[in-house]
Write a protein that binds this ligand. Structure first.
Ligand code: SAH
Length: 341
């Protein structure tokens, strides 16, 4: 798929088809703007030569929330559907992208892993979500409508390391969408070796850890990955990442009634995080119909964040956007498999 390639590689590809190199630049520009092959004014014989390889851009569903958040369902070349969420903030627009079709982490509160992992997305397929949402919101390669990206859709980004990091590089292409790593947040349930690898490989993205518990016993109740990596190992890896990159790590804490919302939980979490340069995002559990965990009351997340703050840990409540369209944290799913598109 041509979206997986850099501009240079697309030029080489076009030359290999027997066309001049400058046509490759034109193909690259068309792709990055999300143009369909028919919408380009490339020579007809080049178009037919590229037919198999040119990206398939297709929005199959678009839902707009009352808060302005937009959830997209995109169709991939093999018919798989993935979801992305476009959110508007004061500082710019953020796209929440998926990195896998499904997920194999099996967290008990999340809809994305209900049917396990279907497949990894390629770097180009992750990029295509930005290309399509940018175009749909009136953007192009010069005037970008997306300034920030969060890898917080379906999938575990560090379970698809090579494609995800290649995607970071594609975003930095000279004539590309130019979203720098500082404007990208990667969220992980804590795949320890790959957190360290990310730092060793010189990446600079904001690392976000889905912690959701103050200790391993509670964590194991909702997150199977906790059986593989302990919280101590995860926090060590965060320290390593911070020391290598200088980037402050963020912690996500989805608040689940009667599981991790007690006063003791706040205290224990604050103790564990003391001395770290971290910020905690408290997220009230969003509704997922197949899961029977309880949502906290509306004030509880503020109370919990307030307790952390009092204990000296920087914490805020993440505003829930798009929950009326199934677009909030943990609500993205493979809707094709579930017959919802
Ligand atoms: N697999 C990665 C990326 C997913 S990000 C990770 O685990 O970080 C999605 C975020 O939403 C994660 O922090 C996830 O734990 C959280 N989440 C999942 N289900 C949720 C739900 N029902 N309510 C609120 N947050 C949820």
């Amino acid at each position: 798929m041509l979206l997986d390639l850099s501009q240079n590689e697309i030029e080489e590809y076009v030359v290999s088809l027997g066309f001049p190199k400058f046509r490759g630049g034109q193909v690259y520009d068309a792709i990055i703007q999300g143009k369909l092959l028919d919408e380009t004014n490339l020579p007809r014989d080049l178009k037919s030569a590229m037919e198999e390889d040119y990206p398939h851009f297709e929005i199959v569903k678009k839902l707009v929330s009352k808060d302005g958040t937009i959830k997209y369902a995109f169709k991939m070349f093999d018919g798989e559907i993935i979801e992305s969420v476009f959110m508007q903030y004061k500082y710019g627009n953020t796209l929440c992208v998926s990195t896998q079709v499904g997920c194999r982490m099996g967290c008990k509160f999340c809809a994305s892993g209900l049917h396990g992992l279907k497949r990894n997305l390629s770097a180009g397929e992750i990029l295509s979500q930005i290309v399509m949402a940018n175009r749909d919101n009136g953007g192009n390669a010069k005037e970008r409508k997306i300034t920030n990206v969060v890898l917080m859709g379906s999938g575990e980004p560090l379970d698809n390391y090579d494609n995800v990091t290649k995607f970071f590089k594609l975003l930095e292409e000279k004539r590309g969408l130019l979203i720098s790593q500082r404007n990208i947040s990667l969220s992980t349930c804590g795949i320890v070796p790959n957190i360290k690898k990310l730092a060793d490989d010189g990446f600079q993205v904001t690392l976000t850890i889905s912690l959701h518990a103050p200790n391993d016993t509670i964590r194991k109740r909702t997150m199977p990955i906790a059986n593989k990596y302990s919280m101590a190992e995860i926090l060590d890896a965060c320290k390593y990442y911070f020391n290598k990159t200088g980037r402050r790590v963020a912690i996500e804490y989805t608040l689940i009634k009667d599981v991790n919302d007690s006063e003791e939980c706040a205290k224990e979490l604050a103790e564990k995080l003391r001395g770290f340069s971290v910020h905690v995002n408290v997220i009230p559990l969003n509704y997922v119909k197949e899961r029977d965990l309880k949502q906290p009351n509306s004030k509880d997340a503020y109370v919990f964040a307030g307790k952390l703050e009092k204990l000296g840990i920087s914490a805020t409540v993440r505003r829930t956007l798009g929950s009326d369209i199934g677009g909030a944290c943990g609500q993205l799913r493979n809707s094709l498999m579930e017959g919802e598109v």
